[in-house]
Design a protein around this ligand. Structure first.
Ligand code: BEZ
Length: 209
């Protein structure tokens, strides 16, 4: 069965461009993003890996470690790394797992046989410090991901893990948020003074610090 929200993210040990990677040890107490690529030396993947390398400081600010994965071998990954830098101007600065035997891809359900029997789809798993799956995304090979959206989602996941709030459609860091329905009006007055009632079930407040 496919991994679902709240499931334990499977642990693994695998070769990577930064040496042998022990996934749980590598994540430590951080948040994590594990994202797969259909294959090495492919155009969309090249742009994606360069983009994530360019955004690394944004992931760092969010205490989030990124790990890429492709079902090719380490020597291909190493050669491809140079192409990624040549094309995007960004040097790979996070581990890229060499999952040649597809052990990790199988654990995470990254191969979707109706899309391809051999290549992974573009999966994204956001993993919390408790090693539970907090978000999954699946894109087809021909559609590159928007990594600003992944940063935005991490902002929401981290905020809503800490406060009794939810984030509305298209929410961005710093914008008003929604008080969850589990919070009574009395508790809301205490926790979120000055909140606005739009409908009895939709109460808005400033983003908690
Ligand atoms: C790409 O990264 O461009 C790609 C990879 C596999 C299939 C199609 C496109």
């Amino acid at each position: 069965m496919a991994l679902q929200l709240g499931d334990d993210a499977p642990d693994f040990t695998a070769d990577s461009t930064e040496g042998e990677l022990h996934f749980y040890d590598y994540l430590g107490d951080s948040w994590g993003v594990l994202f797969s690529h259909p294959a090495d030396f492919t155009p969309v993947c090249t742009t994606e890996l360069g983009r994530v390398a360019a955004l690394k400081s944004e992931f760092d600010k969010r205490n989030t470690k990124v790990v890429g994965l492709s079902v090719d071998g380490l020597s291909d990954h190493e050669k491809w790394s140079q192409d990624i830098e040549d094309v995007t101007g960004s040097k790979l600065n996070f581990p890229l797992v060499a999952d040649k035997d597809r052990e990790v891809a199988d654990k995470y359900g990254m191969i979707h046989p109706n899309a391809s029997d051999t290549m992974t789809v573009r999966s994204v798993f956001v993993i919390g410090p408790d090693k539970k799956v907090k978000l999954t995304l699946t894109y087809p090979a021909a559609t590159g991901r928007d990594f600003n959206e992944i940063l935005r989602v991490i902002d929401s996941l981290q905020l809503t893990a800490k406060h009794k709030v939810a984030t509305p459609a298209d929410w961005r860091q710093g914008e008003d948020v929604i008080i969850t329905t589990a919070v009574s009006d009395d508790e809301a007055k205490e926790r979120f003074p000055g909140y606005e009632t739009v409908k009895p079930y939709l109460r808005k407040t400033k983003q908690p610090a």
